[in-house]
Design a protein around this ligand. Structure first.
Ligand code: GLA
Length: 389
């Protein structure tokens, strides 16, 4: 039988606290909320699982199919159990989990560390053991645990109760803390068994929202570790509120931040531009790699910013960001992005595929509300250059 204590060894998880499922890389998948809000049913979930496989997104690492708020009936049953809304989830969650698992995917579910969810449906405060054991018995793999209707009780205590209850089930369930940054989840999250924690309020499908959230990530980089991820919220790529350039920037930045990559659009009706953004293997590889730190802001010059992260092979990923309204040249150098700054570097633009070399300077013309994302390898390190493919 699975032992939740030995299966969970995130380096910064609190000693002695049994962690539930682990997420050694930032979780990738889909969540219903950004596109569908409360308008969800089991057909949508099944069709999304079908779509993830049909579009080959599973082959890129997108594996979680996460049901957000509004899956539950307005009342618990006579025994106090949460139950799915009978009209929209008539087959029940266990059957849905079977369906999703048969596709090689994993099922996520949602509740709140409060008396009700944000949409006013029954939630798990003071029902943690009963609800966690229901989730486990249904075959759920991931729990997003929200923060509405908290009765004024401390976040750490409320999230700890669910973290313990999940670990006690013996099933590996990734625990996603959604306190919107309240109560410093980057501190208490790892201590209560969380694998990821929302750092900020809800994202919206707009450039301003993406930039506002981005600003709030600066400084949080010291709290993430392999198995414990800062979560700047789910992706909006493909939902129609931003341009392709803006969506590419959103995806590039989230990748650099080692953020969970949870798709938030209608996978069943994905256009080719959206698919192209979400399928960039080299950008995804930056997201899934742990080189000792998530991406961080390295330099700011007005609307021009440089964000970078170390890669485990000794290279560095860099995002040159232009927040302004006109095309600008954004310039940095290898020392600023954390490389030793001497010698020759091979550079690859991860969106255009263009390759070049530099003795230090990294500079590109960046469109308004856009990024250029590159990876730089030190040419003198044997084997490194060949990784530019
Ligand atoms: C909160 C969360 C969102 C979503 C909704 C559902 O606002 O932050 O991500 O889960 O609740 O009601």
């Amino acid at each position: 039988m699975h032992n939740p204590t030995t299966a969970s060894s995130g380096v910064a998880h609190a000693a002695g606290f049994a962690v539930t499922g682990r997420a050694d890389t930032p979780p990738m998948g889909w969540n219903s909320w950004n596109k569908f809000a409360g308008d969800i049913d089991e057909d949508l979930i099944k069709q999304t699982a079908d779509g993830i496989v049909a579009e080959g997104l599973d082959q890129l690492g997108y594996e979680y199919v996460n049901i957000d708020d509004c899956w539950m009936a307005p009342e618990r049953d006579a025994d106090g159990n949460l139950r799915p809304a009978p009209d929209r989830f008539p087959g029940g969650i266990a059957a849905l989990a079977d369906y999703v698992h048969a596709k090689g995917l994993k099922l996520g579910i949602y509740s709140s560390a409060g008396t009700c969810t944000c949409e006013g449906l029954p939630a798990s405060l003071d029902h943690e053991v009963q609800d966690a054991s229901a989730f486990a018995s249904w075959g759920v793999d991931f729990l997003k645990y929200d923060n509405c209707h908290d009765e004024g009780r401390p976040a750490r205590e409320r999230y700890q109760a669910m973290g313990k209850a999940l670990a006690a089930t013996g099933r590996e369930i990734v625990f996603s803390i959604c306190s919107w940054g309240l109560g410093e989840p980057w501190i208490f999250g790892p201590e209560v068994g969380g694998s990821l924690w929302r750092t900020t309020p809800d994202i919206a499908d707009s450039w301003d929202s993406v930039m506002e959230i981005l600003d709030q990530q600066a400084g949080l980089e010291k709290y993430s570790f392999q198995g414990g991820w800062n979560d700047p919220d789910m992706l909006e790529v493909g939902n129609g509120g931003m341009t392709g350039t803006e969506y590419r920037a959103h995806f590039s930045l989230w990748a650099l931040l080692n953020a969970p990559l949870l798709l938030g659009h209608d996978v069943r009706a994905m256009d080719s531009d959206t698919k192209k953004i979400l399928s960039n293997r080299e950008v995804i590889a930056v997201n899934q790699d742990w080189g000792g730190s998530q991406g961080r802001r390295m330099a700011v010059d007005g609307d021009r910013e440089v964000w970078a992260k170390p890669m485990s092979d000794g290279s560095a990923a860099v995002v040159l960001l232009n927040r302004g309204e006109a095309t600008r040249t954004v310039t940095t150098d290898t020392a600023t992005i954390g490389l030793d700054g001497s010698g020759t570097y091979a550079l690859k633009d991860l969106w255009s595929g263009e390759q070049s070399t530099t003795s230090g300077e990294i500079s590109a013309s960046v469109p308004p509300h856009g990024v250029v994302m590159c990876r730089a390898w030190h040419s003198r390190v044997p084997g490194r250059r060949s990784e530019v493919s």
